[in-house]
Structures are given as C-alpha cells and as structure tokens.
Design a protein around this ligand. Structure first.
Ligand code: UT7
Length: 339
C-alpha cells in the first residue's frame, strides 16, 4: 500500500472548494425488479440496504452525467477556474477517445489537461490523489475531479444476484491550491490494489458482469477498514475524533461492518445507498454532496472517506469539511433528479 501524502506539500495542498452531483430522473424500485426477477423487496433490503436506484436511459450517457455534476461543482459559490479535469469511470461511453476531454469541451474549458482514470468503485479517491499530485507539482492551480458511472449497464439483466445492486450517477468536486492547515485540505490519500484477485469482479463487456459476491464482501470490509485506519493515523486523528465516516456505498451491511470495526457509531456514518444503490466512482461525491446539502455534513466535521472496488483497488483519506456555502442546486426543494 502506498500513500500520496500531505507532508511536504507546503503551500501546495489540495483544498476542496466546490461540489455537485447529478442523478438520472428514472427511479427503479425493488418492486419494479420483483416484477421481472426471482427476488423480493425483503431480500434486497435486508441483504444490501437498497430500496431503489436511479437508472440512466440510453439517452443519458456517462459523459452527460459527468457534465451535469461538474457544471454544478464549478458553479459552487467558492469554486475557482480549473486547469485540469480528472474523470474517474469504469463505464466510459466508448473505448476511445477518453470521456474527460469531451466533458471539458462541453464545460467550455477546452485547453485544460483532461484524462480518464479507471479504478473501479475506488476511482474517485484515486482521482483525488491524482489531482492533489497535479496541484503539488504546480502542473495546475485547481483541478476538477469527477466520478461518473453507469454501473446499471454492467450486470446481465436476468442476473438477480447483481442487478439489484447497481445504479447510475455522477459527482464532482473542485480542488484548489491552498495550505494543509486550512479546512477542506485533503489529507494523505492511502491507495492500494491487488490484481491477483481481479477475477472476483469482472465485466468483459456491458451486460456480462460476474462477481463472487461473498468473497468481494469479505475483501471490501477488510480493505476499507484497514485503509481508513491508515488514513486516520496519517492525519493524526484518533477514530473517536471522526465526526463522519463516508464509506463507498457498496452494501449497507459492508459499511456497517466497516463502521463497527473502526468503532465509529452508526449516527456518524453517512449513507444514501437506500436511494441510489452502488453508483461506482460517483458514490462518494454524490454522498458528500447530498449530505452537505441536507445538513448531515457541516463545516468543521472531520470526515474519513474510504472506498473499495474492482481491481481489486482500495483507498481512504481525510478532510475537515470546509465552509462551502450550500450549493443552491442541491438545496431542499430542488428537482429530485438534481439532488
Ligand atoms: O463496490 C464493490 C462491488 N461489489 C460489492 O460490493 C458486492 C459485495 N457483495 C455483496 O454485497 C453481497 O455478497 C451480495 C449482496 C451480492 C449477496 O449477498 P450475500 O448475503 O453474500 O448472499 P449470497 O451470495 O451468499 O447468497 C445467499 C442466497 C443464495 O441462495 P442459496 O444458494 O443460499 O439458496 C443466492 O442464490 O441468496 C440468493 N440470492 C438471492 N435471493 C433473492 C442472491 N441474490 C438474490 C436475490 N434475491 N436478488
């Protein structure tokens, strides 16, 4: 396991200054699934914590979702102009070219450096680490980081063991150059992978996802807990100092085990899987955007983020939540598909 650390970054720490999220309007409930799959609402809720997920139709691409979330992050009141765009996705709309340059062009940012990054459901944290590196190296003063996925396209539509788990969405943040001491400064990002277990989650093409669910479950709990412990230690935080645990929303039982292993009370755990399912690289930024908008996350909260995904990959980091004015587009009363 390695780490992209805050130490030595001096005045070139990466500081969170904007956030946004976008979800498709179409809701697919567990009841909708029971109409076509041999499953029950009770099984899905009790085994995963999921009640519904948002699904993108054919007319809503990964690129579209990324643009919507990114536009909101860039419109955040404290946001700044960016010179780089890093887009984490496992489900690009095509093999080539990458999605990020197209997203960058649609945002009116043509000329900014832009590339995709694939690290499964851990992609957003890998992208944060990459963005922090671009800022530390003085390649950019500010970076737009996007996590966008259409994971619902990966399972075989007839596979009851994987279809209920996944949803579609995108989330984005803006990181700017700042100091390690200010609120919003990203802590050390702990990163790791284990390709010897690659076959546990594999999708040779959309519609052909295969997953060894129970084994993945075990690795997810172990890797997310350990990475979180290491990230908290790197920040000099005792686990009792953590105000909010923000775990990748893979399965409510997985995140429950992680919280218990870390000794973090349930009330300090951020969760939205009930409403969105597992949205891959979008999972953490959507969770943070929603929690910031509805008051579960407030300035000064010490947030411990942790994620796990295909690869296998894992990561964790810390951030003290900044004084981000609540983005108007995420406020209560905005259209449900925009929250
Ligand atoms: O971001 C990382 C991506 N992946 C994950 O995070 C997934 C991690 N794994 C999981 O979340 C869980 O392993 C699952 C939710 C996929 C499965 O839960 P489980 O408690 O591990 O169930 P299981 O796979 O051990 O299956 C238990 C039973 C089986 O029946 P038998 O063999 O005991 O008769 C399955 O066939 O549940 C059956 N089953 C279902 N029954 C009703 C599996 N899926 C369903 C279903 N409805 N949808």
């Amino acid at each position: 396991m390695s780490a992209c650390g805050a130490a030595g970054r001096g005045e070139r720490a990466a500081v969170l200054c904007g956030i946004g999220a976008a979800l498709p309007a179409t809701v697919v409930s567990n009841a909708d699934l029971t109409a076509r799959l041999d499953t029950t609402d009770e099984w899905i809720r009790s085994r995963t914590g999921i009640a519904q997920r948002r699904i993108a139709g054919a007319d809503l691409t990964t690129e579209d979702l990324a643009v919507r979330a990114a536009a909101k992050a860039l419109a955040s009141p404290a946001s700044v102009p960016v010179q780089a765009v890093v887009l984490a996705t496992t489900t690009p709309d095509r093999c080539c070219p990458a999605t990020a340059p197209a997203v960058t062009a649609r945002l009116g940012l043509t000329g900014a450096l832009a590339f995709d990054l694939a690290a499964g459901c851990t992609g957003f944290l890998y992208a944060l680490a990459t963005a922090a590196g671009l800022i530390a190296a003085a390649t950019a003063e500010a970076v737009l980081v996007i996590g966008a996925d259409r994971l619902a396209a990966l399972p075989d539509p007839d596979d009851r063991t994987t279809v209920p788990l996944f949803g579609d969405g995108a989330g984005a943040v803006v990181l700017r150059r700042g100091t390690a001491a200010e609120r919003g400064a990203l802590g050390t990002v702990v990163l790791g992978s284990d390709g010897t277990q690659a076959d546990l989650i594999r999708a040779p093409r959309p519609g052909a996802l295969q997953m060894e669910g129970a084994e993945v479950f075990r690795h997810a709990v172990d890797r997310m807990s350990t990475a979180a412990l290491n990230a908290a230690a790197a920040a000099g935080w005792a686990l009792a100092d953590v105000d909010r645990l923000a775990p990748h929303q893979a399965n409510a039982r997985i995140t429950g085990f992680v919280a218990r292993q870390l000794g973090i009370p349930e009330g300090r755990q951020l969760q939205n899987i009930e409403h969105v399912g597992n949205t891959g690289a979008a999972s953490l930024p959507v969770l943070l955007a929603q929690a910031a908008a509805d008051g579960r996350l407030t300035p000064g909260h010490r947030v411990l983020l942790t994620a796990f995904g295909a690869g296998l990959t894992w990561s964790a980091t810390t951030v003290t939540w900044p004084d981000l004015p609540t983005p108007p587009q995420l406020a209560e009363g905005s259209p449900a598909h925009d929250r």
